[in-house]
Design a protein around this ligand. Structure first.
Ligand SMILES: Cc1cc2nc3c(=O)[nH]c(=O)nc-3n(C[C@H](O)[C@H](O)[C@H](O)COP(=O)(O)OP(=O)(O)OC[C@H]3O[C@@H](n4cnc5c(N)ncnc54)[C@H](O)[C@@H]3O)c2cc1C
Ligand SMILES: Cc1cc2nc3c(=O)[nH]c(=O)nc-3n(C[C@H](O)[C@H](O)[C@H](O)COP(=O)(O)O)c2cc1C
Length: 754
């Protein structure tokens, strides 16, 4: 098979090496437009895991690379006059020039043809001259552009500018420096990659860059600016550039690249041409080289199964891994784009937030790297070294013994709104299970405001004693507090029980629906009637009445459900609210009614008890609510006296395209908490202690709600305590023998693992 590889960066060269090592008879041509050691950038980093992959693929290359490495363990953060250091991170750095020269030499030795200073313009012609054309031509790939229809690229130009400089400053840690100027923050990402040199990347927001006139600065002016700004850290060392061949493009915007498909016919994308990962997660070169391994492996089957199959197999073997890393990189990119948001955190939390920004490293993982650092942060967070989730939290007069919350979960098991024995056992067990706060399911303020015939309510007099029985049990038998979530289904009402079909309209016994506008939730659902002002008053009063009934039942806290496409959420999202009166149009108008409802509830609810608001922080569709709106929504509720925003997302339209993943809604909580300055609760695919503690210690939320994990394990909190060796969690006295046994087993498991 004749292979032509456009681009002689790490991806193309390494692929050339692997192909020639395995299939020596295949002619491989690598075409590179630059000269052999013309390179933009200075050093790159690898993790130990990447090195293992490289070792398995081609030992001689791995050996050469390892011999050229600079190793370091610590991360050092300079922020607001503080220096915070954390260890155990284990990186290796190598100069990009050295890496390229190792790869070029090995590729040449194995018989690959290297054509330098050859800019490929006619990609289609190259394609016709070979059996396999590899686009390893970097983030601005011409191969990808030429066949854009087939690859369907998605290109996102990010909002920071960065310049990749070098310095002789000998750094002994991966170093982050944050400096505030009159126009905004500048960040340095710096690390040593050989005996003499360190990489020194300077980054800032586009508007900061413009305000400092850096758009018109030449290379020398850029260097002078950075040397002056970071002078105190440089200790007399100079900054240098090696991007002269890029004709003045010193400051770049990071380009996030992804592609719907990575191959078609005999063309395939590799490395940055296929996908990029922001430099702050230091994985671009690793991904590029691992792509080469994946492609070389897949090509082994090309002769028997055909090239098409092999390319499909390559894509399938790499896509998930790349997507995971790109998701982590997205979190990391956004962190650095929003330094101003985090700069309001105390320095200890700022540093912790930075270390855990990608959501890939959790609390226990950090502890494995550096126990002393984690002890220090725990002491800072909780006054003593306890896992963050077991640090009490107060809202108004409500004191929670820990930060774990049983998320509201509709059980579809009430009869005309009345919760029964099932609810007593269900909520009672979860209170015994150790969570600090237990939520009721969405409890509907009118009969017509129910989602399904099985939904709980607070609209008949008998609902008060039915709920009081549950509240009294929780108070008498556990230290948990209990919160009543009040809502109205709006356009999503009159549907079947969940297990008979989610959002499916009832076959019989339907009732009429109301909404801000006469827009059905989906083509299958009933068309709701547009609410009149008088009807809006009635529903507002029903919320206030239900709040009063909740007080009689003894609830500790209220939550107003403004999420998931139900009535109040439908007012807020422009997708469902097309009103022409003062309740439609701008976000301010769309919020008017939900705020009126909140005010009416706040007026009857005791001042010492808190009220939270659950919102959908994004509709996950173009033109719907986004993170920026979510901040404004939270700010508006805060202005009315809301104590906490419970940050959920989506379920407002069947057209939503959610980006699922671990903790996928937490970035919205983080943004709201730190931009608005209000307590938040994170929820959504948060499943383990490591994640929970990192969210809390990093200031991404004040409480963490777990929904499905509590369905499978009512004792989630007590199990977490045993797993972490935290012995003070309040077990019911009746269950203490179980505690001792569990703790013994957990201690043995920890010992065996260490
Ligand atoms: C500031 C910064 C810091 C980074 N830090 C790290 C790090 O610490 N660790 C890490 O792993 N990664 C890092 N990266 C990412 C890393 O540089 C890339 O992910 C990696 O180089 C991708 O390799 P590649 O071979 O796919 O692309 P490239 O290295 O971009 O190589 C593509 C090659 O194709 C050539 N080419 C392009 N078009 C043509 C054409 N038409 N004809 C001929 N040749 C062509 C180019 O000249 C280039 O040599 C960083 C990136 C940036 C921007
Ligand atoms: C069966 C079920 C019922 C739910 N009922 C409610 C509800 O009544 N009110 C609400 O706000 N969210 C409800 N949710 C959403 C959960 O509270 C939670 O936000 C969601 O399950 C994501 O968290 P998780 O990944 O921890 O499960 C429900 C979710 C499920 C799976």
């Amino acid at each position: 098979m004749r292979v032509t590889c456009i681009g002689g960066g790490p991806a193309g060269l390494y692929l050339g090496i692997l192909i020639k090592a395995r299939f020596p008879s295949w002619p491989v041509r690598i075409v590179e437009r630059n000269r052999p050691l013309d390179t933009f950038g200075w050093g790159v980093v690898f993790s130990d895991a990447t090195l293992e992959n490289l070792q398995a693929a081609d030992q001689p290359t791995q050996r050469e690379i390892t011999e050229s490495f600079a190793h370091w363990d610590d991360i050092e953060i300079h922020f607001d006059g503080h220096t915070i250091r954390s260890g155990g991170h284990g990186f290796s750095g190598i100069s990009r020039k050295r890496l390229l020269s190792i790869l070029q030499q090995r590729a040449g030795e194995l018989g690959a043809e290297l054509n330098f200073q050859t800019d490929v313009v006619d990609v289609a012609a190259e394609r016709d001259r070979c059996d396999l054309l590899v686009g390893a031509d970097g983030a601005n790939s011409r191969v990808r552009q030429t066949f854009a229809e087939e690859f369907q690229p998605n290109l996102e130009r990010r909002r920071c500018r960065y310049v990749w400089l070098g310095t002789t400053l000998p750094l002994d840690a991966f170093t982050f420096i944050f400096e505030r100027t009159e126009h905004g923050w500048f960040t340095v990402h710096a690390y040593r990659f050989d005996e003499q040199l360190s990489t020194f990347i300077v980054e800032c927001r586009e508007e900061t860059w413009l305000a400092h006139g850096l758009d018109t600065a030449d290379t020398q002016q850029t260097i002078a600016f950075c040397e002056q700004l970071f002078g105190p850290y440089l200790h007399g060392h100079r900054l240098m550039t090696n991007s002269a061949h890029l004709r003045g493009r010193d400051w770049l915007n990071f380009l996030r690249v992804s592609n719907e498909r990575w191959s078609f016919g005999n063309v395939v994308l590799l490395g940055d041409a296929a996908h990029t990962a922001h430099f702050s997660v230091g994985s671009g070169t690793k991904l590029a080289m691992e792509d080469a391994i994946g492609l070389a492996d897949a090509l082994a089957g090309a002769e028997s199964d055909g090239l098409g199959k092999a390319l499909e197999q390559y894509e399938a073997s790499r896509k998930l891994e790349v997507l995971k890393l790109q998701n982590a990189a997205r979190n990391s990119t956004e962190w650095f784009e929003n330094v101003a948001r985090y700069a309001t955190l105390p320095p200890e939390q700022f540093a912790y937030s930075l270390l855990t920004r990608s959501q890939r490293i959790g609390h226990e993982n950090l502890r494995l790297r550096d126990t002393t650092y984690v002890d220090r942060i725990e002491r800072w967070f909780g006054g003593r070294a306890v896992p963050p989730m077991f640090v009490p939290f107060a809202l108004r007069g409500l004191e929670l013994q820990n930060r774990i919350v049983v998320s509201p979960m509709d059980m579809y098991s009430s009869v005309d709104g009345t919760p029964g024995d099932f609810h007593l056992v269900h909520l009672g067990t979860r209170a015994l299970g150790g969570a600090g706060l237990v939520f009721t399911e969405m409890t509907c303020v009118t009969r017509e405001g129910r989602i399904s015939p099985g939904c709980a309510g607070m609209y008949l007099p008998e609902h008060v004693p039915a709920w009081k029985r549950i509240v009294d049990f929780v108070h008498a038998s556990s230290r948990a507090k209990i919160c009543l979530q009040l809502g109205h289904s709006g356009p999503k009402g009159s549907t079947k029980l969940l297990w008979d079909g989610m959002d499916e309209p009832l076959d019989e016994g339907t009732w009429p629906l109301v909404a801000p506008s006469a827009i059905p939730y989906s083509p299958r659902n009933q068309v709701p009637a547009e609410l009149s002002r008088a009807e809006m008053d009635d529903i507002r009063d029903a919320f206030a009445r239900a709040a009063g009934m909740g007080m009689e039942a003894g609830f500790d806290m209220l939550e107003l459900h403004c999420a998931h496409g139900y009535l109040l959420s439908s007012f807020i999202t422009p997708l469902r609210n097309h009103r022409r009166d003062e309740y439609g149009g701008s976000l301010e108008n769309r919020l008017r009614y939900p705020l009126e409802v909140f005010r009416a509830m706040r007026a009857v609810w005791p001042a010492e008890r808190p009220i939270s608001v659950r919102i959908s922080a994004t509709d996950w569709v173009e033109g719907g609510i986004d993170g920026h709106d979510a901040v404004e929504i939270a700010r508006a509720f805060k202005g009315e006296g809301a104590d906490l925003i419970d940050v959920s997302a989506g379920q407002t339209t069947p057209d939503a395209k959610p980006v699922y993943g671990r903790m996928f809604q937490t970035p919205y909580s983080d943004r709201i908490r730190n931009e608005v300055g209000i307590a938040t609760m994170a929820v959504g695919n948060i499943t383990d202690v490591d994640q929970v503690d990192a969210i809390l210690a990093g200031g991404r939320a004040d409480l963490v709600a777990l929904g499905r994990p509590h369905l499978s394990d009512p004792f989630w909190t007590l199990h977490a305590a045993a797993q972490l060796g935290y012995e003070e969690a309040p077990w019911p006295v009746q269950y203490l023998s179980g505690k001792e046994q569990l703790e013994r087993l957990a201690a043995r498991a920890r010992e065996a693992a260490s």
